[in-house]
Design a protein around this ligand. Structure first.
Ligand code: NDP
Length: 249
């Protein structure tokens, strides 16, 4: 039986761990060929071996996506390698939580650059090809923090509200070209994301909160992404908000 994404080419950014890694695997299981981008080469190589086992003909793209130039390069290299890019999953992201008064602005600037500017740059790079083929799907990973701005998450929420706003304006610009745009808004997912919070007391507080619930697993989010990109061409799931059952806010 033909798999649902047979013949499709996907690029997943931030594929070396967590949601991106699970998404690359889920897309491959659905039949897509998959390019994977992130900084940690050894993690990408290990994932590539698993993807190859599924017949996904992986392309490993080591890149620091804080740079918009690098974000554009990974898109261009995917297109050059496979001759097309059908599904762009803009997933790479960091979450630096801290109170505004104490915030390390350099850290926040790097987060804004990665979570928002590079997502915009990768999307922009993918549009001409998608438009030319009248076919494409951009999946942007936002968060519940793209809907609710909590204390200590001012800049992270700004990036994720930004992802939501960018995605909706983009959708309205490109829908006539048969290009779909979906925003995924997960609540707490058990990944490495929280390990990188530099503000110790904030990290401890959010870890305690996360430990108080049955967290989403990366595979849960990957399944939601596969759901979005396997709908018939006339269906665009614009937004998908999902929380652990136990997560109240
Ligand atoms: P992980 O920390 O497990 O994954 C983050 C990914 O982004 C890694 O592959 C990492 O790769 C990559 N990344 C980070 N910095 C860079 C960089 N400078 N250049 C290239 N790649 C980079 O966390 P998650 O899987 O949880 O996060 C994925 C997305 O999901 C993020 O956008 C996050 O905001 C969002 N999200 C997560 C939630 C959660 O609770 N976990 C909830 C809602 C949304 P590497 O370090 O190798 O570069």
């Amino acid at each position: 039986m033909q798999k649902r994404l047979q013949g499709r080419v996907a690029l997943v950014t931030g594929a070396s761990s967590g949601i991106g890694e699970a998404t690359a695997m889920a897309l491959a299981e659905a039949g897509a060929r998959v390019a994977i981008a992130a900084r940690r080469r050894e993690r990408l190589d290990a994932l590539a071996a698993r993807l190859a086992g599924l017949g996904a003909e992986p392309l490993v793209l080591q890149a620091d996506l804080q740079s918009t130039t690098e974000a554009q390069r990974v898109v261009r290299e995917t297109e050059a390698h496979y001759g097309r890019l059908d599904v762009l999953v803009n997933n790479a992201g960091v979450m630096y939580l801290e109170p505004v008064e104490d915030a390390d602005l350099g850290r926040w600037e790097r987060m804004l650059q990665l979570n928002l500017m590079s997502l915009i740059a990768a999307t922009q790079a993918a549009l001409p090809g998608m438009r030319g083929r009248r076919d494409g799907h951009v999946v942007n990973i936002s968060s519940t923090a793209g809907r609710i701005a909590n204390p200590n998450a001012a800049a992270y929420a700004a990036t994720k509200f930004g992802v939501g706003a960018f995605s909706e304006a983009l959708r309205r610009e490109v829908c006539q070209h048969n290009i779909r745009v979906s925003v995924i808004e997960p609540g707490v997912v058990e990944t490495e994301l929280r390990d990188h919070i530099g503000h110790a007391s904030t990290r401890q507080a959010i870890n305690a909160w996360a430990d108080s619930m049955r967290q989403l697993q990366a595979e849960d989010v990957a399944e939601a992404i596969v759901f979005c990109v396997t709908r018939p061409a006339h269906v665009n799931v614009n937004e998908l908000l999902m929380r652990p059952t136990d997560q109240e806010r």
